[in-house]
Design a protein around this ligand. Structure first.
Ligand SMILES: C[C@H]1O[C@H](OP(=O)(O)OP(=O)(O)OC[C@H]2O[C@@H](n3cnc4c(=O)[nH]c(N)nc43)[C@H](O)[C@@H]2O)[C@@H](O)[C@@H](O)C1=O
Length: 323
């Protein structure tokens, strides 16, 4: 029998790729956005699935709204990909970070618990919860040292999910995802900002690129592969949390250099690091050990950072958003 999935926050990068994956698997896919009357469906449109996803309005931090949608859809699986997703923005809107991430997670868990239905729940976690690991690769056992309001909210949501799983025996799991990129990323994230600006520079419509701290090192993966890990987590016999990453970390300077060299440009002529783009606090190096996902989910990131750069530049040059 066909399964029904509810993707909360379907219009974002991950929501759109997940909807595509689930549609391909034969799911009936419902998706929510705060106000479907005014939402931006560009990501769903660029994947050519906007007519296939049934979109509903839902405010995840409004309990009534969540219960109404879940009762109507009767999903087998719920994926919560909603809420603030920018670490940088969370320093400016810390309450919004907490409410949109933690408030939504508790509402969804409560609705699942009260409904008594056999619903599997995926919670979008983040590697930001680890903060500075002092050079150690983060695993599912690594202690949390969140540094931003975003990371604090994600850490709290993680523990809510773990608590509901133990207390009420819910099938609820958190994917602790490291950075994952695609052409569907908005420009507020650094990879898209670099690629779009570098292409503009190559076309002569921009002359410089201002960034914050370019010495940070991150584990960057390919978003369409990461949504497959989310799905796999809900197909297990028992719920469990997983680190999802490539296992390879590079510096932002490396990323910038490669993007510019794809376009035949020397980045040093165009890029500067300015204090206004720096965050009040952040950690330098993000390192991951995704071996548990490899052994239990049978999931592995196949697309390397060099390939990601190539794909992003190629898509930007064609100004298309398809993978
Ligand atoms: C795992 C995690 O991954 C993402 O969060 P993020 O790492 O903050 O992503 P980003 O692309 O904004 O920054 C990446 C790095 O790049 C540095 N950086 C330098 N200069 C600029 C700059 O000019 N803009 C930006 N945005 N970043 C800059 C910045 O300081 C940071 O170290 C989200 O998906 C989040 O939802 C999530 O969970």
């Amino acid at each position: 029998m066909n399964k029904t999935a509810l993707i909360i926050g379907v219009t974002g990068q991950d929501g759109s790729y997940l909807a595509q994956l689930l549609l391909n698997k034969g799911y009936t896919v419902y998706g929510t956005t705060r106000d479907s009357g005014i939402a931006n469906f560009n990501n769903l449109k660029s994947l050519a699935i906007s007519d296939d996803v049934i979109v509903l309005s839902m405010a995840p931090n409004d309990f009534r709204s969540v219960i109404q949608v879940v009762s109507k859809v009767k999903p087998d699986e719920i994926y919560n990909l909603s809420g603030q997703s920018s670490v940088s923005l969370s320093f400016e809107q810390p309450v919004e970070a907490l409410e949109s991430i933690l408030g939504a997670t508790v509402n969804i868990l409560e609705v699942i618990r009260i409904s008594g239905a056999n619903i599997r729940f995926y919670n979008a976690g983040s590697s930001e919860i680890f903060g500075d690991t002092n050079g150690a690769r983060a695993t599912e056992e690594t202690p949390f040292r969140p540094l931003s309001p975003y990371a604090v909210a994600k850490a709290a949501a993680y523990w809510q999910v773990a608590s509901y799983r133990s207390a009420y025996n819910l099938f609820a799991s958190t994917g602790i995802l490291f950075n994952h990129e695609s052409p569907l990323r908005p420009r507020r994230f650094v990879t898209r900002k670099i690629v779009t600006t570098a292409v503009e520079i190559s076309r002569g419509t921009k002359s410089k690129l201002e960034l914050g701290n370019i010495n940070v090192q991150r584990d960057w993966g390919w978003a369409p592969e990461y949504v497959d890990a989310m799905w796999r987590m809900l197909q297990l016999d028992t719920p469990s949390d997983f680190v999802v990453a490539t296992g390879r970390t590079v510096s932002l300077a490396y990323f910038i250099e490669k993007v510019f060299s794809c376009l035949g440009l020397d980045w040093k002529n165009y890029v500067s690091s300015v204090t206004s783009h720096r965050r009040p606090i952040e950690f330098d190096i993000g390192l991951a050990d995704p071996s548990r996902a490899r052994s239990i989910l049978k999931w592995e990131a196949k697309i390397t950072v060099d390939k990601i750069i190539e794909k992003l530049v190629e898509c930007e040059l064609k100004s298309e958003k398809l993978i």
